[in-house]
Design a binder for this molecule. Structure first.
Ligand SMILES: O=P(O)(O)OC[C@H]1O[C@H](O)[C@H](O)[C@@H](O)[C@@H]1O
Length: 320
C-alpha cells in the first residue's frame, strides 16, 4: 500500500475527505488534515503528525512561530511537536525523530453522538529510523487525535513488535500555548513538586510557588506531577491567562506520563533560534507533558499506551 506521504493532496482527499475531515495543502504544499466539529477545529500536518491549530469558537489555543520551517527533516516550530523516542539531547538527534518524519494515516472515525472526530496516524520502524538509531529496531506507534466540541484528546501507543529486544524511550507532547503576553500568565498545579532546573546545571529544586510565573529564561522538568485526587489541596495543572481571562486545564495519564516541562526561551535564546522570532517569547509558553525522568522500558511484544487532554475554559468556569 502507498504511504500517505507518497500520495498527492488530491489522492489523500479522495481517501479521507468527509463532512468533518478534509485534506488541504498547508505551507509549502505539505498535506494538512483539518478536523471540524460544530464549535471546534484542529489542523494536523502529516509531517510529524504535528497539530498546528486547535480552536474553540474561533479562539486559537496554540502558538505557531511565524518563522517556522515546514521542511523535510525539520520540526515545525509551535503547535504540538511529538517528542519521541528521546527527550532533549542524547544518543540521537535532540528530541528524537517523531517530529521530523512523515507519518501515515490509519483511520478516521466520527462519533455523531459525542459530536467528535478522530484521526489515527502511525509511524513504523523503517530503514530511516534504523539509520537514525544506529541499530535495527521494530516498533509501530499509533497517535490518535480526537477533536471534541470543547476539548482535544491526544493518545499515544507504542508497540514493541520485536520478538527479542526490549526498547527504551522517553515521550513528550511539547505543546506551545498561545498567550496574550508572558507577563500575564501563570501555571497552577506545580506547588510542592520537585523539579530539575536545566538553567542551573540540572539542580534539583522544590517548587514553592502556587502560581508559577516567568520573567526570565525557564527550562524546568517537574517530576511526578500527580495531583492528589479529591484532597483539599487538589489543583489540576492549569495555564491561566489573566488578560485574556482564559485558562487551559491539562489532564494526563499520571501513571505513564508524570513529568511536566515548563519552557520559555526568553530574550537571548529566542535570538539564537533561527526558526523563532526575536519577540515571539512574549506570545508563547510550552507546557510539555511526558515521561522524561524514568524512560519507559518496553519488553518484546509489549504495548505502552497513554493519553493527554487539553481543555480550554473561559473566565466563567476557570479559577481566575
Ligand atoms: O529547539 P527544540 O529542539 O525544539 O527544543 C526547544 C526546547 O524544548 C524543551 O522544552 C527543552 O526542555 C529545552 O531545553 C529546549 O530548548
Amino acid at each position: 500500500m502507498a504511504t500517505a506521504s507518497s500520495l498527492s493532496i488530491e489522492q489523500l482527499q479522495k481517501l479521507w475527505n468527509t463532512k468533518y475531515l478534509s485534506v488541504v495543502a498547508g505551507v509549502n504544499n505539505l498535506p494538512k488534515f483539518v478536523l471540524k466539529t460544530s464549535t471546534s477545529s484542529c489542523e494536523i500536518y502529516l509531517h510529524g503528525a504535528h497539530v498546528t491549530s486547535f480552536k474553540i469558537n474561533s479562539n486559537e489555543n496554540l502558538f505557531m512561530s511565524e518563522k517556522s520551517a515546514f521542511q523535510e527533516n525539520k520540526a515545525i516550530r509551535g503547535g504540538i511537536p511529538l517528542i519521541w523516542p528521546q527527550f532533549g539531547p542524547g544518543k540521537i538527534q535532540t528530541h528524537g525523530f517523531a517530529r521530523n518524519l512523515d507519518w501515515d494515516v490509519n483511520k478516521a472515525l466520527v462519533d455523531e453522538k459525542a459530536q467528535s472526530v478522530q484521526i489515527e496516524f502511525f509511524l513504523k520502524s523503517s530503514e530511516a529510523t534504523d539509520k537514525i538509531l544506529g541499530v535495527s529496531s521494530e516498533f509501530i506507534v499509533f497517535y490518535r487525535v480526537t477533536l471534541h466540541p470543547d476539548f482535544l484528546d491526544l493518545e499515544y501507543e507504542v508497540k514493541n513488535t520485536s520478538q527479542q529486544n526490549t526498547m527504551e524511550f522517553q515521550l513528550a507532547f511539547h505543546t506551545y500555548y498561545s498567550i496574550s503576553d508572558i507577563k500575564n500568565v501563570h501555571v497552577l498545579g506545580l506547588k510542592g513538586r520537585e523539579y530539575i532546573d536545566k538553567m542551573k546545571n540540572m539542580e534539583k529544586k522544590k517548587e514553592n510557588r502556587k502560581e508559577v510565573t516567568i520573567d526570565q529564561e525557564v527550562d524546568s522538568v517537574y517530576l511526578n506531577v500527580i495531583p492528589t485526587q479529591g484532597g483539599s489541596s487538589y489543583q489540576p495543572l492549569q495555564l491561566v491567562d489573566t488578560q485574556k481571562k482564559t485558562s487551559v486545564t491539562l489532564t494526563y495519564d499520571y501513571q505513564s506520563i508524570p513529568d511536566v516541562v515548563v519552557w520559555n526561551p526568553w530574550i537571548e535564546k529566542s535570538k539564537k533560534m533561527e526558526d523563532f522570532g526575536d519577540e515571539e517569547y512574549h506570545k508563547m509558553i510550552c507546557i510539555e507533558i511526558g515521561v522524561i525522568n524514568n524512560p519507559v522500558k518496553l519488553s518484546p511484544n509489549q504495548t505502552f499506551q497513554t493519553k493527554h487532554s487539553i481543555l480550554p475554559t473561559n473566565s466563567s468556569s476557570s479559577s481566575l
